[in-house]
Design a binder for this molecule. Structure first.
Ligand SMILES: [Zn+2]
Length: 63
């Protein structure tokens, strides 16, 4: 699967060179958001935003 250009699905940041980030089903999540998600707790005001963003990835229609 070739990724020509990718923007982070959560913060819309362009994928940087040498920036591996996270690819889930072809959707890119930048390292900063990835790190954010890992430490995110339910008390965090951003929790819902990230959770919804991830839902877009996890439940992305494959067809
Ligand atoms: Zn991001």
């Amino acid at each position: 699967m070739a990724i020509e250009s990718a923007t982070c699905i959560l913060c819309r940041r362009l994928r940087q060179m040498n920036n591996r980030g996270l690819l889930v089903k072809g959707r890119y999540v930048c390292p900063e958001c990835e790190a954010r998600i890992i430490v995110l707790s339910r008390d965090d005001p951003d929790y819902d935003y990230y959770k919804l963003g991830l839902k877009k990835i996890w439940y992305w229609p494959s067809a």
